[in-house]
Ligand binder design. Structure first.
Ligand code: 4NP
Length: 154
């Protein structure tokens, strides 16, 4: 099963989602059965490491996202991945504009897809460090729900 997380810049929310979920999948012993990646809807940070605040906040909880590099989501992703999970409504709308007709992937807003509220993982880029903690809290909760679904589907 292949899962892609998408935000705007691919330096804050989606690399965190990738790092957290990869950890959960490793802990479950399912790494060889699940492919995990992340991307941005923008081309602003292609090839860049996650934001230093993202790396630091993730590391404090035991997730290493320092080796990840930014990339932009593409139309091809819709035939590569099974599940494409957008962090907010704007990301979802942007993905819908590049989604090919009849492609493989299910496209959804991440938190509502697993009945978690609020609807959006808020963009922490222009805020303080507590924003990164909130992102981690939300993504840990969502990762557990996503892992449960992955286990049921494998
Ligand atoms: P992300 O956060 O979408 O969670 O990676 C952002 C990163 C960069 C910018 C905005 C949001 N930016 O304006 O450069």
């Amino acid at each position: 099963m292949k899962v892609l997380f998408v935000c705007l810049g691919n330096i804050c929310r989606s690399p965190t989602a990738e790092g957290v979920f990869r950890h959960y999948v490793e802990q479950a012993g399912l790494s060889d059965q699940v492919t995990i990646d992340s991307a941005g809807t923008s081309d602003w940070h292609i090839g860049k490491t996650p934001d230093p605040r993202t790396i630091a906040a993730a590391a404090q909880r035991g997730y290493d996202v320092s080796t990840l590099r930014g990339r932009q989501a593409t139309a091809e992703d819709f035939n590569e991945f099974d599940l494409i999970l957008a962090m907010d409504q704007s990301n979802l709308a942007n993905l819908q504009t590049i989604q090919p007709a009849h492609s493989k992937a299910e496209l959804a807003l991440y938190l509502p897809r697993f009945n978690i509220s609020p609807d959006e993982v808020p963009d922490p880029y222009y805020g303080g460090e507590d924003g990164f903690e909130l992102v981690l809290d939300m993504l840990e909760q969502a990762s557990q729900a996503l892992l449960n679904e992955v286990k049921a589907r494998l």
